[in-house]
Design a protein around this ligand. Sequence first.
Ligand SMILES: CC(C)(COP(=O)(O)OP(=O)(O)OC[C@H]1O[C@@H](n2cnc3c(N)ncnc32)[C@H](O)[C@@H]1OP(=O)(O)O)[C@@H](O)C(=O)NCCC(=O)NCCS
Length: 237
Amino acid sequence: MAAVDVSPGAAFGSAFGLGGRAAQLRTRLAGRLKLGLHVTLTRYGLCRDLAEPLQTPKAKIPIVVRRLEERDLAPLFTLAPDKASLEEQLEVAWRRAFIEKGAQRGYVAIDARNGTPCYVQWLFGAVDNEFDEHVGGFPVLERHQALLENAYTPPAYRGLGIMSEAMALIAGHAAWISAREVLTFVDQYNVASLKGCQRAGFYPRLLHHRTRFAFGTITHDSFEDLPAGDPRRTARF
Ligand SMILES: CC(C)(COP(=O)(O)OP(=O)(O)OC[C@H]1O[C@@H](n2cnc3c(N)ncnc32)[C@H](O)[C@@H]1OP(=O)(O)O)[C@@H](O)C(=O)NCCC(=O)NCCS
């Protein structure tokens, strides 16, 4: 089965049909309205040095990691109708849009007991800088750097330590694109994700400040290195 390095739009066109696409547009519109006239956010940029030894954390269920395939999309991104919060719908809509924009090199964790996809995340290298610039909100990667983005565990699989193990394993694949260090960005208030990253060997290295105006139509991003000795570099989440 082919990995989902698909042309934009192809995957969800077939996996969700027109009804799914219309629902996604409605959700994204609601997300834009929620942004309002002016909003600021701060994300930690966390880094893992692949040369540093790491004991891979173990999830509470057996998982295996492989490349994302088209057949994974429906089980990963189908929410129970009328039960999911707007925040959850936005998480899914954002990832669907991310694939439609042409995101490459997605990875999934699979529940080894029954073959269900239970985690997804994308790995980028310097070769993907043009795509990252198009999506916005990421620094330009140097050749020795990789970026892990858009981690998502479907609600039914949360709290089982899947993120920590899967992310540690997927980060290891960055060596295949010649990276020595891996970055990832997490909102300062997303404790579950910050904890998952830290257990996967990532530590705060920089801050990403984002300001959005006029319902997210105008965006300004800036990146700030955390100075050596800054207590946030060694914070435990
Ligand atoms: C963030 C997310 C990927 C975590 O997935 P997960 O597989 O449930 O993560 P884990 O089970 O490895 O849990 C990570 C840590 O967060 C903790 N945690 C889980 N939910 C939590 C919550 N609501 N509040 C605080 N801590 C929480 C877990 O106990 C665990 O901590 P520990 O290592 O000290 O035990 C998942 O919640 C998700 O998909 N959220 C929506 C999308 C999102 O925020 N993605 C991250 C983008 S950067």
